[in-house]
Design a protein around this ligand. Structure first.
Ligand SMILES: C[S@@+](CC[C@H](N)C(=O)[O-])C[C@H]1O[C@@H](n2cnc3c(N)ncnc32)[C@H](O)[C@@H]1O
Length: 313
C-alpha cells in the first residue's frame, strides 16, 4: 500500500493516527482542543495539535489525501433540526464539512457513537450524509463492533467513509472475531493496590453476581444489575469509577484500557490515571479503523501517488 497524507481532526490521543501510520500514512495536521490530550498526542507522535477547530482557517491546513475525524456527539439535535448543509452550521460536524468543502481530499473516514445512526429516526444521519454528498462525496456507512476486530471490547460505532471520485469497489470489512481478555489484562499481582475496589464494593458485587468467566469483566448498569462477559463493555470517558471491574474486584489500569482500544504498549502514558482513562474512553478502536482504512485505500486508486513516502522512515 502506497504512502498517503492525512489530517487528524478531534484527534484525541490518535486512534486514527495509530491506524493510519500502520498503513504508511503521514499526518500533516492535527487539531484537538483538550490540553491533556494534546500533551499525550505530542509526546507520542511528535506533532503538536492545533487547538479549537472552529478557529482554524481551512487555508492554513496543508493539502492531504485523507481526512479523519471522530467528532463529538453532543450536537446531534442541532444537526437534526433542519435540512442540508446550512443547518449543520454551528455544529462541530459543520467544521468537518467546511474543511472537506475547502480542501476536497479524495477520501475521509468519520466515526461517531452507534446511536448517531438512529437519532431522530435516522434523519440526523440522513442530513449528515446529504451534506457530505452535497459537497460531492460518495458515502457509505456502517455500524462496526470492536469485538469483531480482534479486541475484547463490545464497542459499536457508526463509521462513515466518503470518496471524491472512485470508491466504487469499497465495502466495509467483516473482521475476524474478538480478541482474548487474557492478552489485555495485566497479572493481578502486578497491579497497584489503588486499582482494587474496596472490600465493601467487591462483596456487594459478589452478592449479586457469580460469573461463569475467568477472567471476566463485571459490568454494573444504572439500575444496579451486575453481569459479566469474557470481554469488556464499551469504555466510556465519563463512566463511574467502578462501572467495569476485572473479576468483580479491580478497575482496569490505563494500560489495559489502551490495549482494549488497540493501542500498542509503545504508546507512552504521559498523563495521570483519570485523564488517561478519559482519553482511552474517548478513543476510536485502532483495529477497526485500520481494517476500514485498508479497504478504503484499496478502493482509492488516486491516493498514495501524491508523494513517494517510501523514503520516509
Ligand atoms: C470522541 S473524541 C475523539 C477521540 C479520537 N478519535 C481518539 O482516537 O482519541 C472527540 C475529541 O474532540 C475534541 N474536541 C471537542 N471539541 C473540539 C474543538 N472545538 N476543536 C478541536 N477538538 C475538539 C475533544 O477534546 C475530544 O478529544
Amino acid at each position: 500500500m502506497g504512502g498517503f497524507t492525512y489530517i487528524d481532526l478531534f484527534a484525541g490521543i490518535g486512534g486514527f493516527h495509530q491506524a493510519a501510520d500502520r498503513l504508511g500514512g503521514r499526518c500533516v495536521f492535527a487539531s484537538e482542543i483538550d490540553p491533556e490530550a494534546k500533551r499525550a498526542y505530542e509526546a507520542n507522535y511528535g506533532i503538536a495539535p492545533h487547538g479549537d477547530i472552529r478557529e482554524i482557517d481551512a487555508r492554513d491546513i496543508p493539502d492531504h489525501d485523507a481526512l479523519f475525524a471522530g467528532f463529538p456527539c453532543q450536537p446531534f439535535s442541532i444537526i437534526g433540526s433542519g435540512r442540508g448543509f446550512g443547518d449543520a452550521r454551528g455544529t462541530l460536524f459543520f467544521e468537518i464539512a467546511r474543511i472537506l468543502e475547502a480542501k476536497r481530499p479524495p477520501m475521509f473516514v468519520l466515526e461517531n457513537v452507534k446511536r448517531l445512526s438512529g437519532h431522530d429516526g435516522g434523519r440526523t444521519l440522513g442530513r449528515i450524509l446529504d451534506t457530505l454528498e452535497g459537497i460531492g462525496y460518495r458515502t457509505e456507512w456502517k455500524i462496526l463492533n470492536a469485538l469483531d476486530f480482534g479486541l475484547p471490547q463490545k464497542r459499536e460505532r457508526t463509521i462513515i467513509v466518503g470518496f471524491l471520485g472512485g470508491g466504487e469497489g469499497f465495502s466495509f470489512p467483516h473482521g475476524s472475531g474478538p480478541g482474548r481478555l487474557e492478552d489485555v489484562l495485566e497479572p493481578d499481582d502486578g497491579v497497584d493496590a489503588r486499582f482494587f475496589a474496596s472490600e465493601r464494593i467487591a462483596r456487594s458485587r459478589a452478592e449479586r453476581h457469580s460469573s461463569p468467566y475467568s477472567p471476566g469483566i463485571w459490568h454494573e448498569n444504572k439500575s444496579g444489575n451486575v453481569s459479566s462477559y469474557p470481554y469488556s463493555c464499551a469504555l466510556r470517558a465519563g463512566a463511574s469509577y467502578n462501572y467495569l471491574l476485572v473479576d468483580g474486584k479491580r478497575r482496569l489500569t490505563p494500560r489495559e484500557m489502551l490495549r482494549l482500544q488497540g493501542f500498542p504498549d509503545s504508546f507512552e502514558i504521559v498523563c495521570g490515571d483519570s485523564q488517561t482513562r478519559r482519553q482511552a474512553g474517548n478513543a476510536v478502536p485502532v483495529n477497526v479503523i485500520e481494517a476500514v482504512l485498508r479497504e478504503a485505500l484499496s478502493a482509492s486508486p488516486a491516493i498514495g501517488h501524491t508523494e513517494d513516502l517510501s523514503r520516509i522512515a
